[in-house]
Design a protein around this ligand. Structure first.
Ligand code: BGC
Length: 406
């Protein structure tokens, strides 16, 4: 029997655009139509059904819940804020709190308002000032009720898909733009951190805990060649460590929020930067099981990454870890194996505050549409009915007892 620390946070996450539905003022809303892919539409109708969803989370033993605020709802037109939408998010938070569920609030999860996208999005330095204005508004209204903030979800994943691979809006493939966006996101977080601290101080609220949700990926070399090993080193620095190190240096992290899913096998073709950073071999799975998108299940990677963060000397929270699969036994195996590794890391002295599974509900998986099923709770998209899966019930036993059967 593995025992987790008292006060450990147990729960699941969602993001606004993926579950709410009808986020008509967001850049993805326009883009998904232009691209001709499956559109988000009503998503999971979570905007209407959040109370029902939180009641299920409560039944499933969760004491924490991570969700995001859709910037484009709050500020549908430049400089025009919607009190109704801010009130909606206040209601969301109060509804969680009334159930004894700790809210973990993300301020930006991949989507931006269309008006900002038309001005160049995160490539435009002005995005930082816009972001801070939006945050000031939100935090002033919500600070009394929120302790954990996540400023930015997965900055490097966003940069990778939107500015390096060019798969997501604005579909660019330019290291130059990627670097600009990276600098702006770093400064956006740093500005947001001090702004949030200031608002809390002015409103006499207890000091909050602020972080980013940093995706970490395990990188493995395909061969023992010097080039593949260099690629692993570079990717680990560029995609995993640099962002967190910069924020640590600027003293703007109260904990390290991490998202972990899988590993990448680096197989390079030449010494070009693109090959060093991108070329991979998805078939080199060495017999490991995969999720329905083909990502290898690799809990050891989470353990290694957690230990590599020890030198930061900050508490860590797992803000996302999850699997899309049609095999619910595999989902439970995935959760169990990752929890075992987390427990092992805790026993080695790593301070971990909580485990947040991705996702509470099946949802809109960006450019992949609705077919990948990540949810603890199954969603029937014909009638929006919810049904907790067996894996959710097994996870619930861990959440309520704080113990995991080996
Ligand atoms: C993101 C989620 C996404 C999940 C599964 C994370 O990268 O934060 O929005 O649905 O991974 O791909």
């Amino acid at each position: 029997m593995l025992k987790f620390p008292q006060n450990f946070l147990w729960g699941a996450a969602t993001s606004a655009f993926q579950v709410e539905g009808n986020n008509i003022h967001s850049d993805w809303w326009e883009w998904e139509k232009q691209r001709g892919q499956e559109v988000s539409g009503q998503a999971c109708c979570h905007y209407q059904l959040y109370k029902q969803d939180f009641a299920l989370a409560k039944e499933l033993g969760h004491n924490a819940h991570r969700f995001s605020i859709e910037w484009a709802r709050v500020e549908p037109r430049e400089g025009e804020f919607s009190d109704t939408q801010i009130k909606h998010y206040l209601d969301v938070i109060l509804s969680l709190k009334s159930l004894g569920i700790e809210p973990i609030v993300t301020l930006y999860h991949f989507t931006i308002p269309s008006w900002l996208a038309r001005q160049g999005g995160w490539q435009n330095k002005k995005a930082i000032a816009y972001f801070l204005r939006y945050i000031e508004k939100i935090v002033t209204e919500l600070c009394e009720h929120v302790h954990f903030w996540v400023t930015i979800n997965e900055p490097m994943v966003y940069i990778y898909y939107s500015y390096i691979l060019g798969d997501w809006p604005p579909q660019q493939r330019s290291f130059f733009s990627a670097k600009k966006v990276l600098d702006n996101l770093l400064n956006a977080h740093i500005g947001a951190y001090w702004l949030i601290r200031r608002v809390y101080a002015e409103k006499n609220c207890n000091r909050p805990m602020i972080s980013v949700a940093k995706n970490l990926q395990a990188f493995v070399a395909f061969s023992n060649s010097f080039r593949d090993r260099c690629a692993v080193y570079l990717r680990n620095r560029f995609f995993n460590l640099n962002f967190v190190e910069t924020l640590r240096r600027s003293n703007t992290l109260d904990y390290i929020g991490i998202n972990y899913y899988s590993r990448m096998v680096a197989q390079t073709r030449n010494w070009g930067l693109r090959s060093l950073l991108i070329d991979k071999n998805d078939n080199a799975d060495f017999g490991l099981k995969k999720n329905s998108l083909g990502w290898v299940i690799y809990p050891q990677g989470l353990y290694d990454l957690l230990l590599s963060l020890k030198s930061f000397n900050l508490p860590i929270m797992i803000l996302e870890n999850g699997i899309c699969t049609d095999d619910d036994n595999l989902r439970w195996e995935f959760i169990r194996q990752h929890l075992e590794k987390i427990h092992l890391a805790i026993s080695k002295g790593i301070n971990i505050l909580g485990y947040i599974y991705w996702s509470l509900l099946d949802n809109y998986e960006w450019d992949k549409g609705f077919s990948p099923r990540f949810g603890l709770i199954e969603v029937d998209y014909n009638n929006f009915e919810r049904k907790p899966r067996e894996s959710a019930k097994r996870f619930a036993q861990v959440c309520t007892s704080g113990m995991l059967n080996e």
